[in-house]
Design a protein around this ligand. Structure first.
Ligand SMILES: C[S@@+](CC[C@H](N)C(=O)[O-])C[C@H]1O[C@@H](n2cnc3c(N)ncnc32)[C@H](O)[C@@H]1O
Length: 211
């Protein structure tokens, strides 16, 4: 299968700036999401490679997929400075080349952007070794006024501006629906509650491959 890539110049420019100026809160969440990982890891949609610096040295190899043609070279630069070996492949998860099973899969801020989250989560389940773990750090659907804002954003300009990001997804339900068993999980805020953005609440968790 030919690797699928994307070319969203506006999103790539915005994400390059945003990922270079992340808050301490975001960095702590990235560290938490990767803590205790070991062995071979698949990272889906690595962006500029912001996670790479936070992998513990018990990880022996990271295979990082990044389909956005302007972000993959930045991820490669971050890979060269990472504390663990990272190989960046320019591909979507749906078209990734065949690989040996992984000990863990990392998804951060990416399940909002894939076209078919249920299908992708089943695929992620299938590329894990028995007992393998999905680590996720994903913004999620919220109740109340922000939920309304999310629906409006998703139906209008947000996905077009933000690389197909959909803000009102019940990602943890999709994770469980794909056969994962969610272990530890928590919700957190990336911005103060009054900030009028559709993305604010995130789910951070660990889920184990199911049968
Ligand atoms: C908001 S960025 C997050 C980047 C990175 N995961 C992080 O935490 O900083 C979403 C990323 O997912 C990538 N992406 C979107 N659809 C994808 C797909 N189908 N397969 C793999 N990556 C995808 C985008 O190119 C983008 O780099």
């Amino acid at each position: 299968m030919t690797a699928q890539t994307f070319d969203h110049p506006f999103f790539a420019r915005i994400w390059t700036v945003m990922s270079a100026h992340e808050s301490g809160v975001m960095k702590k969440m990235r560290t938490e999401n990767l803590a205790g990982l070991s062995g071979r890891v698949l990272e889906v949609g690595a962006g500029t490679g912001t996670n790479f610096a936070f992998y513990p040295d018990t990880v022996t190899e990271v295979v990082a997929l990044e389909p956005e043609t302007r972000l993959a070279p930045l991820a490669r630069e971050a890979a060269a400075a990472a504390p663990v070996p990272v190989t960046v492949i320019e591909s979507t998860i749906e078209t990734m080349p065949a690989a040996e099973p992984f000990d863990a899969v990392v998804c951060s801020l990416v399940l909002c952007s894939v076209d078919d989250p249920d299908g992708v989560l089943h695929q992620l389940n299938s590329v894990l070794k028995p007992g393998g773990e999905l680590r996720y750090f994903e913004h999620v659907a919220t109740e109340g006024w922000r939920g309304g804002l999310q629906r409006l954003a998703d139906a209008t300009i947000w996905p077009r501006m933000a690389g197909n990001c959909h803000t009102h997804r019940d990602t943890e339900r999709a994770i469980a629906g794909a056969g994962f068993t969610i272990g530890t999980a928590r919700r957190a805020a990336t911005f103060p509650a009054w900030v009028p953005l559709p993305v604010q609440e995130v789910a951070l968790g660990r889920a184990v491959k199911g049968g």
